[in-house]
Design a binder for this molecule. Sequence first.
Ligand code: GLA
Length: 378
Amino acid sequence: MVQRTPPMGWNTWNTFGENISEKLIFETADAMAESGLRDAGYQYLVIDDCWSKKQRDSEGRLEPDPEKFPHGMKAVSDYVHSRGLKFGMYSCAGTLTCAGYPGSFEHEFIDAATFAEWGVDFLKYDYCYKPDYENGRLLYTRMGLALANSGRDILFNACSWGADQTAEWIGCTGAHSWRSTGDINDGWESIRRLSDLQLSLQPYGGINCFNDMDMLVVGMGGKGNVGFTGCTEEEYRVHFSIWALRNSPLFVGCDVRDMSDATRRTLLNREVIAINQDPACRQPFLVSRRSDSSAIWAKLLDNGDIAIGAFNMEDQEAGAWCSLSLPLASLGLNRSCGKTLVLRDLWTGEESTVRDDVELLAVPAHGCRLFRARIVDR
Ligand code: GLA
């Protein structure tokens, strides 16, 4: 299968960790369908680590933990599909998963066959407990081949956190996305760090093998498995805007059975999602920069518009803002072309026309402005 846009969905890990069950998955599938998440594009419901028994069965197959999933995985998968969603699961390239459950090392083909039998549409594939003598590229290649020969379209979501120069070899392995950074937590520093780390890796991502900046923490409010300090609503909008602009997969990590209105407004902003899902999936580029953490990035969109994100990640006192300059010439639009931009602010809905060669954008501390710009005559 060819993955043309960053995959979108929900994953158990950020909020629930090992506390997962059939009941949670059924209720989440209902919530994804009823909250509008599914219709906005979040189509994969993914069970992360801690779903299996600690031992394989006598024939070497993985088995679900009967206490968490008493009716087996096919029943879970059938329910998820019945709600118009796709079903994702998790395994690991090493001997054990990161939480210590059996990994798929040297069981790649039997596990891919099991996943296909259960109706799995997505596999997140981690990198813990990899034997030192084994080559990461070959392990991801083996699972890539196993999935591609399983008789089912299964999206392959690699998760080696950028280790062992993943960027250089992941595109050879059959992976449709790859975790380009370490694990996120629900705090501003984590968002800023993952965003900074992403900059040098951006050229590696694109159609059919997207850089995955990790699951979203929007709406977690400091609660749950990777809950930490929590973020303000504006910080969550910065996080979502960066992930959207950089073509990262968008996997919701909060409890979607209980989302606040603010969380819904962020996660369900269709115009921001459209920036992420733009069919061209072009690489973003730097337009102007005030400091390491305050800069404007842009991405050319398929229909000729331009996505423009202005980010102020600096630590300033509450209420402060910085001014970022948007020179039209940095987008290739020199005065001589006779064109300017109409900026549509995707978080407020306001529109304004750029009158001068350089537009100054006021951006609040730990805040952002995200625009869809269309080109008009001056
Ligand atoms: C690793 C991954 C996380 C999560 C856990 C599960 O840390 O990076 O996203 O899957 O393992 O144990």
